[in-house]
Design a binder for this molecule. Structure first.
Ligand code: DGL
Length: 274
């Protein structure tokens, strides 16, 4: 008998809309998979939360999701969470977990002036994980770190149609504008930032911006290929799903915009049920 295997559901998770920048790359590479995009808007932003809180919270949200959905692979499309939660998630869940961490290594390979900028949340900047990445891959470079709490919200607002205040952005990035050597390569170490890349490029016209989306899509593709025959079974006729931890006006306005990402069906996550 020929048993038709259910296509795997791929979970992409973030605190907000930032993970869509990663989802987009994965979706472009594998449009036939079944996707669940989940975001913890109840606790957004993650950038100002303690490590203990985040480990507990991210594990609880993923657990709540697995109660209702069968997940084959999860992408923690959030640098702030990945740099601290991956070991516990990998210990708690049976499916592969892919994390997103700042693209320091590729940046160190392309910088010409050996001056890299890492733009991320305050939490990501402070993580030992980030320090280790820099020590391992960018020893021969000057790495300027800038942790900002405002940028993720600016990106969220842009997706909702609120234009970026360029004066505010310039003010936030002032520490780098005063440097004698301005980074020629800037790592977008928060998945929200690709959404404001255009504006960042206006402020740093000569810089090359790097994010992890493309590399993550490759990683997911390779992992799935090792597990399944990607080209044959990855055909899903199920609608892709959007989940959030709370439903509010913001989500209400966001849902129609997510149709452009082929995220069609909205549901909320009942985290209290864990
Ligand atoms: N998108 C998240 C990241 O990559 C964090 C945004 C936030 O919740 O502070 O770090």
């Amino acid at each position: 008998m020929n048993i038709r295997r259910q296509p795997p559901s791929i979970l992409v998770f973030d605190s907000g809309i930032g993970g869509l920048s990663v989802y987009n790359e994965i979706y472009k590479k594998m449009p036939n998979l079944h996707y669940i995009y989940a975001f913890d808007n109840e606790m957004f932003p993650y950038g100002d939360k303690s490590t203990e809180f985040l480990i507990d919270r991210v594990n609880s949200v993923i657990e709540a999701i697995t109660k209702s959905y069968s997940i084959s692979l999860a992408v923690i499309a959030c640098n702030t969470a990945s740099t601290i939660c991956l070991p516990s998630l990998r210990a708690n869940f049976p499916f592969p977990i892919v994390g997103v961490v700042p693209a320091i290594k590729p940046a160190s390979q392309i910088t010409q002036n050996k001056c890299i900028g890492l733009l991320a949340t305050k939490a990501t900047i402070q993580r030992a994980y980030t320090t280790n990445l820099i020590n391992e891959f960018a020893k021969n470079c000057t790495v300027n770190l800038l942790g900002l709490s405002e940028l993720a919200l600016i990106a969220e607002n842009k997706l909702q149609g609120i234009a970026v205040d360029m004066q505010q952005l310039r003010y936030l990035l002032k520490p780098w504008l005063c440097l004698t050597t301005v980074p020629d390569t800037i790592v977008l170490g928060c998945t929200h930032y690709p959404f404001i890349k255009e504006e960042l490029q206006i402020i740093f016209p000569k810089a090359t911006f790097i994010d992890s989306g493309h590399a993550i899509a490759f990683r997911v593709y390779n992992l799935l290929n090792a597990q399944y025959d990607a080209n044959k079974i990855f055909r899903s006729d199920r609608e892709n799903i959007v989940l959030s931890t709370t439903y509010n006006q913001y989500v209400q306005k966001l849902i129609p915009k997510l149709v452009n990402y082929n995220l069609i069906k909205y549901q909320s996550i009942n985290i209290l049920g864990v």
